[in-house]
Design a protein around this ligand. Sequence first.
Ligand SMILES: *Cc1c(COP(=O)(O)O)cnc(C)c1O
Length: 382
Amino acid sequence: MIYLDYSATTPVDSRVLDAMLPYFTEFFGNPSSVHRYGQRAEFAVETARETTARMLNCQPGEIIFTSCGSESDNLALRGAAYAMREKTGANWILASRAEHPAVTKTLYHLEKYEGFRIEWLEVDGHGMVSPETVSKAICDNTAVVSVMYANNEIGTINPIRDIAEACRSRGVLFHTDAVQAAAYLPVDVQELGVDMMSLGAHKFYGPKGVGALYVRRGTPLFPHLTGGGQEFGLRAGTQNVSYIVGFAEALRLTGVEREKRTAQVAPLRDQIIGTVLEVIPKARLTGHPVARLPHHASFVFEHVDGNVLLTLLDAAGFACSSGSACKTGTPEPSEVMNAIGLPRAWGLGSLRVTLGSGTTSEHIESFLSLLPELVEKARRLK
Ligand SMILES: *Cc1c(COP(=O)(O)O)cnc(C)c1O
């Protein structure tokens, strides 16, 4: 079986696992305890916070550890929406329609049950949000703007720096979901100019079930999990010490090895895109041809059922995806396919191929030698 679904999740790097293991057994204390068991665990969490802050170019006090990327998105959006409404009365939230469900579903909820107004920002045919679109949509009532750094389904990278600048010049909070981007793109929050940024470890060779939210000092934010005073009172609950240690080590390694990892996957990604568009009839690239994640190739095939194609690929020994992992099984085109304006006959036939540490050129050769006939077979089965 060949794994080509690194945007869904990645295996835990063995160096990350080694860093985590002592905190399950030897150093098992509760970081909030006063005694030395507690101090040792607290030291591990605070060291992880410092490492994370160094990688993001911010202060340790600006890092909130969470249980996953989705929770970071929830904390950022709910926390900022409630706090801004209380502070200024602003109750409009701006976000693009190509966001991950962790953002879109959270916003649906805020709209339906909490009385906020959501304005959906247009994306272009590549799924990109322009700074001008954001500028035009901002008004006195805008509480927070959320635009993802890179898209999980189609790989497009948004001009986050310029969008952040557009928000900052109008005094509006800006959040970015960088869960997918962090594996390959720079995450210097000063350079990006963001107020909040979500991360999740399992997209960059850390464990599932741990994430972080960067919150610029002074950003108004309500806690969304109440209880003890952990995480500066913003996220109650005893910290998951070993996973937090794993998060920081995975992020550190990603920072150190970013160029090497990019150099491994980008040429293979280009080979996939080139061959698919050349060899397979009625195939289109989804997402931006240039401003895209280096490990990410995504397509639509007309008159193909994406799930049928995935099943055929799986039977042939290849693990791919038809978009976001959460979408598999749904017989409708994803919201991202709709947002980029694809007709149904195309949008249903999406395929995402994402590469990573275990990918070799032999894997890609054998994948590409098989894919054209599987697409044809899927077309006949439709
Ligand atoms: C994976 C992903 C998430 C969700 O992260 P979890 O840690 O799985 O909750 C959110 N946003 C994007 C862009 C993602 O790729």
